[in-house]
Write a protein that binds this ligand. Structure first.
Ligand code: ZN
Ligand code: ZN
Length: 180
């Protein structure tokens, strides 16, 4: 069986260089099989003018209905700030055992926290969040192992503490389910 192919697809304004870099990091962790593309898509229909953020639930539904295919896992990447009604913001979300997910880099840059821009750190954080959402697509739930990529992250500091890799327990489940 093996790992299904993965598509990373940017929606709305997005820096091509960042896509290229995170695709390479994801590919390295998941051993190939990553396609990437940039899609012209107006995110406006997901914008909430009161919160001044973009609705992660409607966006994920759009991705699942229009951009996802059964033979692959698709993660849509955006540069805008995402929220869901019960949370102030989200880095991303995905359907458990589903075909798609979404991830935002909006809150991952150092400059958002008054620190100098760090391209390598941004790419690393974003890759971890993308791999995390892919893990959900592959059926993994949140993990408590401190450095496992499936550990839940609320703040960027949480992302920095975990690695880009699945822990042995998560990896074992992926193997059992025929994903690796
Ligand atoms: Zn998660
Ligand atoms: Zn784990």
């Amino acid at each position: 069986m093996g790992l299904k192919r993965i598509t990373l697809i940017t929606l709305g304004y997005f820096e091509r260089e960042i896509l290229k870099n995170v695709a390479a990091l994801v590919e390295n962790e998941l051993k190939g099989r990553v396609d990437s593309k940039m899609e012209h898509y107006d995110l406006e229909s997901h914008f909430d003018p009161v919160r001044k953020q973009y609705n992660g639930n409607t966006l994920l539904k759009y991705v699942e209905a229009n951009l996802a295919y059964d033979d692959r896992k698709t993660i849509a990447l955006v540069a805008v700030d995402l929220y869901i009604p019960i949370l102030t913001y989200i880095f991303g979300q995905a359907y458990l055992n589903g075909s798609s997910g979404i991830a935002s880099l909006y809150r991952l840059g150092n400059e958002r926290y008054g620190l100098p821009r760090d391209e390598a750190l941004l790419n690393s954080r974003f890759a971890k969040e993308i791999i995390h959402e892919l893990g959900h697509c592959f059926g993994l739930i949140h993990c408590h192992t401190f450095d496992c990529v499936m550990k839940v992250s609320t703040y960027v500091e949480d992302i920095d503490q975990k690695s880009t890799s699945f822990c042995s327990k998560c990896r074992q489940q992926l193997e059992q389910d025929g994903h690796l």
